[in-house]
Design a protein around this ligand. Sequence first.
Ligand code: SF4
Length: 352
Amino acid sequence: MDTALLIEKLNNTHSLNKDEALQLIKQGAQHKNLLFALAQQTAQKSFGRQIFVRGLIEFTNYCKNDCYYCGIRRSNKNAARYRLTQEEILECCRAGYGLGFRTFVLQGGEDYFYSDEDIAAIVRAIKAQHPDCAVTLSIGERSRETYALWKKAGADRYLLRHETADCAHYAKLHPAELSAQNRQNCLYTLKELGYQAGAGFMVGSPYQTAENLADDLMFLQKLRPQMIGIGPFIPHHDTPFKDEPAGSVELTLVLLAVLRLLFPHVLLPATTALGTLAPGGRLLGIKAGANVIMPNLSPQNVRGKYLLYDNKLHTGAEAAEALNELKREVASIGYRIVSARGDYTEEPWTQG
Ligand code: SF4
C-alpha cells in the first residue's frame, strides 16, 4: 500500500500489522508532515491543547544491574553515587506541589538499600501530604507481592520500559541475568494489579533493526499500556557502548507520531533524551503527538549525577523551577501546561 494511504488507514483504524509497521519505520520520514499533522490532531482530540507535567525525582543512582547502555550501571566506578532520604524526597514533593505539579515520579536504579517497606512508607507519606496527587514509581523489576504492596500503599502508576521486545536483541543490551521475558511479565503483572503502566524503548540502540522496532509496536499493541516512553539512544562515555552512534531524532519523532495514531489516549512524554539531542526537541515531540513533559524535581546538588547518558539535560527548561520558561515555550507552539494529575482516560477531551 502507498505509505500516505497507510498513514490514513492507521489514523482511522488505530492498528498496524507487522508489515505495515515496518513500512512506516522505513518510509514514514518521507511523509512526516502528514504523520505529525494527524498525530497532533489526534492528541488534541484526546487532550485538547493541554500538556501534563510530571515532577521527576531521581532518588537513587545506585543500581544492582549492569545494562550495557546505562551510565549508572553497577560496573561504572566513576559514577558519583547518591541516595535521597524520605525527608529529602518529601521536600522535593512539597517544592513541586508549590510549583503546580500533581504527579510525582520516583525514579531510581534497582537499589535494594531501600526495603520494600521503605518504599511503601515513602509512597504513603507522599499520599498523606498530597492526597490530590498521583505517585508514579519507576524502580525496576520486582515481584508481584512487592508491586502489590506498593499499590496498596497508594502508588498509582509504574514506568518500566520494556527496552526491546525481541529477546535476542535484549540479550545484546543486557547481561545474562536479565531477560526480556521477565521484564514483559512484570508489565503484565503491573497492569493486572491496577497500575497505570508505562512501557517503552530506545530508538537506535546498538544492534537494533527496523524489524526490532516493528516488534516493539506489535508488543505494545498486545500489552496496551497507559503510558509509553521512547527516546533516542544516547551513548554514555563510561559504558561498553561509548563509541556507538546516537539514535535518530527524526525516527524518534516519526515513531512518536505512529504511537499517537496507534494509541490515541496514551500518555506520551516528549522525553529528556529528545531534548538532549535536538534543540527544542521536546517541542518537536509535542508537534509529533506527545502530551507529557517530565521536568526534574531532584535536589539541585544531585541532578548532574543521574547521568544515564552523556550531556543529559537537567538545567534550563528541564528544571522544575523553570516551569515558567517551559510554559512560555509550550505556549509558543499553541499549547498550555496544566496543573492536573493527568490520569489515563479514554474519554475524549471536552473544554471544562
Ligand atoms: S538501565 Fe536501569 S536497571 Fe539498567 S543499569 Fe541503568 S538504572 Fe539499572
